[in-house]
Design a protein around this ligand. Structure first.
Ligand code: FNR
Length: 413
């Protein structure tokens, strides 16, 4: 455990090794709007709190005198070995935490060999992030657009960049009630951030061009004036990247088109059933919290689910992800890949999630805070710290592999 050795030898780590200090320091590096967006949750933040509290309802009961000198924390997901049961969660508009965020996180994930799930609302085209990763594992997260051709195009691009899986996020058919962003008047997408997967997509660009053409047939002075005004203000706020991403389509038309079509609130199980014929990649459903929905996911023949409440950013007062996992794991009973996120802050949290039935976990805010503090190295080390603590927790509990971690390792507090 190199991180631990560094500590003993008196070397200061790149980023604080505990989450609360990490968060506090990262806050100082971020703008008020960046902090509100990354840290903030839905409503009064009750679900965010519940996500963390849920881990305290379980205690680890370590066993002694087991030979733990050799340990393996690797797991296999969809036929691919990964070095730890940890992935980096999809995070949209991450440039609010730090410029050039997506490529830096991708490179950090590649350094560790843990998969990075590219957000559909990334700030860089997925091709650019993938190019920073060599052969390291990458997945793609989809928000199901109202435009089916766009969905197919995004799925095709994910296959082209050799994504190992597609994660369809189901809990964000509409953005949750997020007072911290609302109070600052800070909605990232309306400012043109987080739409690079769209503006780099041929189908999306065609849709925007068609709209511009249709609008040109009936000129409207107000719309034209508004377009010029918003173009000027957006260019001021996001010089390089924003204009870059948009290349030819007119920015306001691109943002408006994005807002109109990025998500489909009418999405139903029937849509999910069509997904199998549209991609050959493994399919995971993200945002499942109810055991009956887990049953339906099994019936729909998907390959995995991500038990998640979006880091407490969608329904305030919703069940914590760990509590949901406790109900869902017996339903799934090993028949599909079970991931968990929302509230994982430490290696011990990872251990508890695995003991309660998850095959792996994904981290959201931890790697973003690392990124905000120290770029690629920060995202890497914030993640590496959680993994290292997980390895120690497993060994100190008397276990030598992830397969050995089960409910027997825990008791209810
Ligand atoms: C997210 N999350 C998210 N999820 C998703 O499917 N697509 C997305 O674009 C985003 N964007 C996003 C931005 C930011 C700033 C955050 C913090 C989160 C949710 C994310 O994938 C994950 O579910 C949570 O972050 C996990 O909770 P923790 O680890 O942040 O507590």
């Amino acid at each position: 455990n190199l991180i631990y050795r560094d500590g003993v030898l008196g070397r200061t780590p790149t980023v604080p090794t505990d989450f609360d200090t990490l968060e506090r320091r990262a806050r100082r590096k971020m703008s008020a709007k960046g902090w509100a967006y990354v840290h903030g949750g839905a409503g009064l933040g009750r679900t965010m709190q519940a996500n963390r509290d849920a881990f305290d309802k379980w205690q680890i009961v370590p066993r002694v005198l087991h030979d733990v000198s050799k340990r393996d924390i690797g797991v296999e997901l969809f036929g691919r070995r990964i070095p730890a049961p940890v992935l980096l969660a999809p995070v949209g508009a991450a440039e609010l935490a730090r410029p050039e965020a997506d490529v830096a996180i991708a490179a950090a994930a590649a350094e560790l060999g843990v998969p990075y799930i590219f957000s559909n609302q990334g700030c860089a085209p997925m091709e650019e992030s993938a190019a920073a990763m060599g052969d390291a594992p990458r997945w793609f997260q989809l928000y199901w657009s109202t435009d089916d051709d766009l969905v197919d195009s995004l799925l095709q691009r994910a296959a082209n960049i050799r994504a190992d899986a597609v994660v369809v996020t189901l809990d964000t058919t509409m953005l949750g009630w997020r007072p911290e962003d609302l109070n600052l008047g800070s909605l990232p997408f309306a400012q043109g951030q987080g739409i690079a997967q769209y503006t780099s997509d041929p189908v999306f660009r065609r849709i925007v061009h068609d709209r511009i053409k249709a609008a040109a047939k009936k000129p409207d002075v107000e719309v034209t004036l508004g377009a010029v005004r918003s173009l000027v203000s957006m260019t001021r706020r996001f010089p390089g990247r924003f204009l870059d991403n948009l290349r030819s389509p007119e920015p306001r038309a691109a943002v408006e088109t994005f807002l109109d079509i990025y998500s489909r609130p009418s999405l139903s199980w029937a849509d999910i059933e069509t997904l199998r014929s549209r991609t050959s990649l493994p399919i995971l459903l993200k945002g499942v919290l109810h055991p009956d929905d887990a049953r339906r996911a099994l019936d729909a023949g998907v390959d995995g689910i991500v038990v998640s409440n979006h880091g407490g950013r969608q329904v305030d007062g919703s069940v914590s992800s760990l509590d949901a996992l406790v109900d869902i794991a017996p339903v799934v009973d090993g028949r599909l890949t079970l991931l968990l996120d929302s509230g994982i802050r430490t290696g011990a949290d990872v251990f508890k999630a695995l003991a309660l039935g998850a095959d792996a976990v994904t981290l959201g805010r931890p790697h973003l805070y690392g990124l905000a503090l120290a770029g690629q190295a920060g995202a890497r080390d914030a993640t590496a710290n959680v993994i290292a603590e997980f390895d120690l927790t497993m060994g100190l509990s008397g276990l030598t592999s992830v397969a050995e971690i089960d409910r027997d390792a825990l008791r209810r507090a």
